[in-house]
Write a protein that binds this ligand. Structure first.
Ligand code: ADP
Length: 346
């Protein structure tokens, strides 16, 4: 074969191979070349080089056998090449799909965040509206019980007391929702002052004496520390202590609730121990999650939000303290601990 003919054949083959690759691109990308993909183009160029060199081998073959071997290689390389290009285009398609899905997820996520914000605002508004009338009900019930409207028949005392307790429980529930809404909006504020912790605890404990007595529980208070001062938000610490003591009474049918304090270096530790329903070992940290309620708790006390400990943990930790629980298991009672840093000059 003359060199001119070989050159012409190579040029023609190259042009037809380029046209072939271009057509493949067009067909796979549905008539649109979206972008110049380096990986695809490089693969196609390599294939092109291989095909041209095999074609030259065919043209320059010295004998029939060499020609047949080269033709077989050429056919094989065309099939493998087409398969390779197709898989690259498929990969491209998958990547586009994944990108689309990620975009969709991001949009959905944003919408969910907005919905959650609206829900928090609604709960907060509704709870605010409920708080006012409820405190009026509580005020009147307390006055009736204290005899401000004259003596009340003995048999009316218990129902009035129960109504007062239920309305207080409802207030706590509303406060929990309001607190969670505030936490979620990142708007919980702490008004830090120096607090006489010993006096505060004594005060909170005395508020629960009647409730514990009504539940026929031994109510023990052992304060080994005197005049301990801490820096913190008095209302929030009062709320946390009340929640822990209230829970101990709520979740104990019989036996006792014992509140003790001890000083450990620069910390005051309050423990509230009960002989109640207990907590499974594996649920010990879970109970501090939002809406966490154990099966046993649901059975014993139907009313409850599972928000009290979640709020308490955030409040305590925001004041450099700690809150944790211990229990030997179901039916074996529980002990809740709160540790708070003592003021520097104590
Ligand atoms: P609530 O009491 O409204 O359910 P909390 O957040 O105060 O919500 O408590 C969360 C859960 O922790 C309770 O539902 C209960 O399962 C468990 N828990 C809290 N205190 C005690 C306790 N003293 N004994 C046993 N379980 C408790």
């Amino acid at each position: 074969m003359s060199p001119e003919l070989i050159l012409t054949t190579i040029i023609l083959t190259t042009l037809s191979a380029v046209a072939f690759i271009f057509l493949i691109n067009l067909s796979f990308k549905k008539g649109k070349l979206k972008r110049l993909d380096f990986k695809n183009v490089a693969t196609q160029l390599i294939l092109l080089t291989i095909w041209i060199s095999i074609l030259s081998d065919i043209l320059l073959a010295q004998n029939r056998t060499q020609e047949y071997v080269s033709i077989t290689f050429f056919i094989l390389s065309v099939f493998i090449g087409i398969f390779l290009i197709k898989s690259l285009h498929d990969e491209d398609k998958y990547q586009e799909t994944i990108k689309g899905l990620v975009n969709k997820l991001q949009i959905n996520n944003e919408e969910l965040k907005q919905l959650d914000k609206k829900k928090t605002e609604f709960v907060s508004l509704a709870s605010h509206q409920l708080r006012g009338p409820l405190s009026v009900i509580q005020g009147y019930l307390s006055m009736v019980l204290e005899g401000d409207y004259g003596s009340i028949p003995e048999k009316a005392k218990e129902p009035i007391y129960r109504s007062l307790r239920s309305s207080k429980a409802l207030s706590l529930l509303i406060n929990d929702y309001l607190d969670v809404a505030q936490i979620e909006r990142g708007e919980m504020e702490y008004n830090i002052t120096e607090i006489n912790f010993s006096n505060l605890l004594k005060d909170v404990v005395s508020e629960f004496e009647v409730v514990a007595k009504k539940s026929k529980l031994d109510f023990i208070f052992e304060d080994k520390t005197k005049n301990i001062k801490i820096n913190g938000d008095i209302n929030k610490i009062r709320q946390v202590l009340s929640n822990i003591i209230d829970n101990a009474i709520k979740y104990t049918k019989e036996g006792r609730v014992k509140i003790s304090t001890k000083r450990e270096d620069d910390k005051i530790i309050v423990s509230v121990e009960d002989t109640g329903i207990g907590i499974k070992k594996e649920k010990m940290t879970e109970i501090f999650n939002k809406f966490a309620r154990s099966e046993e708790a649901i059975k014993v006390n139907v009313v409850g939000t599972g928000l009290g400990l979640f709020v308490a943990k955030i409040m305590v930790e925001s004041q450099d303290g700690n809150i944790w629980a211990q229990s030997e298991g179901i039916g074996k009672g529980s002990t809740f601990y709160i540790s708070l840093p003592i003021a520097k000059d104590n």
